[in-house]
Design a protein around this ligand. Structure first.
Ligand SMILES: Cc1cc2nc3c(=O)[nH]c(=O)nc-3n(C[C@H](O)[C@H](O)[C@H](O)COP(=O)(O)OP(=O)(O)OC[C@H]3O[C@@H](n4cnc5c(N)ncnc54)[C@H](O)[C@@H]3O)c2cc1C
Length: 473
């Protein structure tokens, strides 16, 4: 395609000279996300309005280039990595305004580029918040969260992004702009198209506005920690806490290796000597939370905790969550390559999943540190290696494949919240039967017959390499 002579000048006409880049350094930056996959776009454009997005999609159909919508690029599944050439990265991050705050109905309408934490900072003085809270909330955008159906620490009580999206404005693959959803809390007028777009990883349409439910801030949130001899015991404790009806708003685990990495990274946090910690947040009315917190402390001890701690003030609680949110950055500093996985299993199988992680790590000689949203059965094993060493690299990729199979064998999934992107395509036929894959293809074709949006994501394109072990000898 004639990018320099035709497409770039036409893109500049739509979004302005300063909002299109194709210098090699810019393209290098946009050839990556938070995964370890890479792929080069032909150009990058920054949109400011829905109309611009629609015009760019029409241009893509006219010239035959593809588009990957991008928020902050913090996904970890190669979700904004081009799978083939002639691709435009369309950045929505500058469309970051709050369009409307409807406090009477507990609804906020936003542009897709607003960052999750900025939305919550905006809502807090009004006494509200948006519950889905990925650990990347300082960076990730609502458009990215909607398209990855992101979860977070509070998903155990409040669910994931899909539970909070009431309506969407979407630019379809031919440039048509549609509005779907409704302000009414109960709404069953036809197919639930909003839910179809949520989690579609940019493959079905480009979200340009979102109408979101919001929640009154709880009076108080406090955290209790139980330290256990092993991750297996910590895993058993998580299920028991939920069974006993503590109704936690966060239930996280960090294993020994993660705790050590966080200690080194922060330079001031010191955890008791243990195999793993369970962090449990309770929220609600002050008296009720304090009473449940005391009971929780006792329950930890009954379940074999070697030590417990209760954070009874907001500052200490913030420190606890800051330590948890530092887990991935802290681990990335330990080795040249770090890959964050997100296997998810039924709660009963959570303790066994920890054992399986140890087994695949020992079998392949690849270090794995694990933390995660254990109350949802969703773990983040972090594989650490040096990809410049071919032997280590081969063993690390084998570890990944073994890990994915272990989760499926335990009636779980290879991805609880990160998605498929280009990183996990090879597991789609393992996790889904052929008829389901066929239906998925038909849905994509109905929404995007020319494969303009994110080709090679979720559904492979002809000739695409999907087996990650294929050319690793
Ligand atoms: C340190 C760290 C911690 C993380 N913690 C969590 C966590 O706790 N829970 C969790 O679920 N995830 C987590 N993630 C993953 C990631 O942050 C989330 O998936 C996040 O929601 C992605 O948002 P983004 O703005 O970065 O989207 P991007 O990475 O830019 O895009 C993600 C996907 O959405 C599509 N997309 C983006 N915007 C639009 C739009 N407007 N219209 C259509 N498609 C669009 C893209 O094409 C892509 O498929 C973490 C990542 C890191 C690096």
């Amino acid at each position: 395609l004639d990018w320099n002579g035709t497409i770039i000048p036409e893109l500049k006409e739509i979004v302005g000279e300063e909002n299109v880049v194709n210098h090699i350094i810019d393209l290098y930056v946009y050839s990556r996300d938070a995964s370890i996959d890479t792929g080069w776009p032909a150009a990058v454009a920054f949109a400011n309005t829905t109309d611009e997005v629609s015009k760019i999609v029409k241009l893509a159909n006219k010239h035959g280039f593809s588009i990957i919508p991008r928020g902050a690029g913090s996904n970890v599944c190669g979700g904004v990595i081009p799978a083939k050439g002639d691709c435009l990265i369309l950045v929505l991050a500058r469309m970051n305004k709050v369009v409307n705050l409807d406090l009477e109905n507990f609804i906020v309408t936003v542009e897709p580029g607003i960052v999750c934490l900025d939305l919550n900072t905006y809502l807090a003085p009004h006494g509200f918040y948006f519950p889905p809270d990925p650990a990347s909330d300082k960076a990730c955008t609502l458009g990215g969260m909607i398209n990855n159906n992101s979860g977070g620490i509070r998903a155990v009580k409040y669910g994931v992004t899909e539970n909070w999206v009431m309506g969407l404005e979407v630019v379809l693959s031919d440039g048509t702009i549609i509005n779907i959803g409704n302000k009414a809390i109960k709404y069953v007028c036809g197919y639930d198209l909003v839910s179809l777009f949520v989690g579609s990883e940019g493959t079905l349409g480009i979200v340009t506005k979102a109408m979101l439910k919001i929640q009154p801030l709880p009076e108080i949130r406090l955290v209790a920690s139980g330290y256990f001899n092993s991750a297996f015991e910590a895993g058993k404790c998580v299920r028991e806490i939920i069974r006993r009806g503590f109704d936690p708003s966060g239930t996280e685990i960090m294993d020994y290796k993660t705790l050590k990495a966080v200690e080194e990274y922060s330079g001031k946090v010191k955890f008791p000597e243990c195999g793993a910690v369970v962090l449990v947040e309770l929220d609600g009315n002050k008296d009720d939370v304090e009473m449940r917190l005391d009971r929780l402390d006792l329950a930890f001890k009954e379940m074999g905790a070697i030590e417990t701690a209760v954070a009874r003030d907001a500052k200490t609680c913030e420190e606890v969550w800051a330590a948890r949110k530092a887990a991935f950055p802290a681990l990335t500093l330990r080795r040249p390559t770090a890959r964050m996985e997100d296997v998810s299993v039924p709660l009963e199988n959570l303790p066994v999943m920890f054992q399986k992680i140890d087994e695949v790590s020992a079998k392949n000689g690849i270090e794995i540190a694990t933390f995660g949203h254990a109350g949802d059965g969703n773990l983040h094993p972090i594989l650490l290696w040096d990809e410049r060493d071919p032997d280590q690299h081969r063993r690390a990729l084998q570890t990944l494949v073994d890990l994915w199979h272990a989760a499926i064998d335990l009636e779980g999934t290879v991805t609880g919240e990160h998605g498929i992107g280009v990183s996990k395509l090879m597991m789609m036929p393992v996790e889904h039967e052929a008829a389901v894959l066929e239906l998925t293809k038909k849905i994509k074709h109905a929404f995007d017959p020319n494969n303009v949006l994110c080709p090679g994501h979720v559904i492979p394109i002809p000739g695409q390499r999907i087996d990650i072990l294929e050319d690793v000898s």
